[in-house]
Design a protein around this ligand. Structure first.
Ligand SMILES: NC(=O)c1ccc[n+]([C@@H]2O[C@H](COP(=O)([O-])OP(=O)(O)OC[C@H]3O[C@@H](n4cnc5c(N)ncnc54)[C@H](O)[C@@H]3O)[C@@H](O)[C@H]2O)c1
Length: 303
């Protein structure tokens, strides 16, 4: 038996489910329709040999209670929810879909950027509240964009931005300088102080925990727009709340949160835009990602 825990599996198209059926795989989908807690994961996965996993915590505590589990196939790229060391100790292969998310996440970062610069969500809310209030926004043209992390999504986002602004900076100490690329490598402090838009594209790791906190936010421009489509826990949400409350011209867009589903005080702020971890929620991307996760699972079993 296989358990699919990623909550929207099969909703974007039938290709992944058709494939599992063709392969004669017996599987169940996520009955909660959302990210599982540790206890729910333990209960649901108790009798399975394989999991097509979302972002639920597959910690040592969870995995140690699943003696039959033989394969973890992550539907996605981020692996921070899986205790990789413990899985290795147990001889459980852990696979992921490392490339298929790139265009969709970069597009969402662009959407969030334009949304904040042009007050789209706050304008919508004003009309619904009965107001017709034309608030001046900012054009992206000639704005400084600072990308923290210059891997696949960071580079794709830069490519989307080039026709609109040439002023693209990045901070990523782990990539080599790339002459073919027009973005300029800078130190983090410089990026924080010169950028009109700051977008985070790094994985969540212990070292990257709260890489943007009070000190970093205080280095930013008072009109800065901060985007995080990567992972919760990279930004200290409490410090972000204080910063946005005290700096009304600044704004932030978060697709990811330290605790998901998110239900915290950032919801109160007008200069804040929130989406429920929808980085890959575009039909074609999602269908392909789910299909690739199913193929990876079958390949791992057939090894
Ligand atoms: N919102 C979503 O639904 C969604 C979907 C897919 C991926 N993601 C997230 O997007 C992240 C980026 O994806 P990717 O494909 O570009 O990953 P990637 O591995 O290609 O790139 C990550 C980059 O971050 C850099 N980096 C790591 N730590 C850093 C640090 N402290 N400072 C600066 N740079 C650092 C690495 O050197 C690398 O170049 C993923 O890790 C994942 O968490 C989110």
């Amino acid at each position: 038996m296989i358990q699919v825990t990623t909550s929207t599996y099969g909703k974007a198209g039938s290709k992944p489910i058709d494939y599992l059926n063709e392969q004669g795989i017996e599987f169940r989908t996520n009955p909660y329709g959302r990210k599982l807690t540790e206890d729910e994961a333990i209960e649901l996965l108790a009798d399975v040999e394989g999991v097509i996993a979302g972002t639920e915590p597959l910690t040592k505590n969870v995995l140690s209670k699943l003696p039959d589990l033989k394969v973890i196939s992550r539907c996605g790229t981020g692996m921070n929810n899986v205790d990789l060391e413990y899985a290795k100790e147990r001889g459980i292969p852990v696979l992921n879909t490392p490339d298929v998310h790139v265009d969709a996440v970069a597009e969402l970062a662009l959407a969030g950027t334009l949304c904040l610069l042009r007050n789209i969500v706050s304008g919508d809310q004003e009309i619904r509240d009965g107001n017709w209030n034309k608030v001046m926004g900012m054009s992206i043209y000639n704005k400084n964009i600072g990308l923290i992390g210059f891997g696949k999504v960071g580079r794709k986002f830069a490519e989307l931005l080039y026709p609109m602004t040439g002023n693209i900076f990045y901070y990523d100490p782990f990539v080599d300088f790339d002459e073919s690329c027009d973005a300029e490598s800078v130190e983090l402090d410089k990026l924080l102080s010169i950028s009109d838009v700051i977008s985070i594209h790094v994985p969540y790791t212990d070292e990257n925990h709260y890489m943007i906190g009070e000190e970093e936010l205080n280095m930013c421009k008072s009109t800065v727009k901060i985007i995080n489509t990567s992972r919760g826990g990279l930004i200290d949400e409490e410090s972000l709340y204080k910063f946005l409350k005290n700096t009304p011209q600044a704004g932030a867009y978060l697709d990811v949160f330290e605790n998901e589903p998110y239900d915290g005080p950032l919801k109160e702020l007008k200069n804040m835009v929130l989406t429920p971890h929808t980085g890959t929620s575009s039909m074609a991307t999602r269908e392909e990602m789910e299909y690739q996760a199913a193929v990876n699972l079958v390949k791992a079993f057939n090894k």
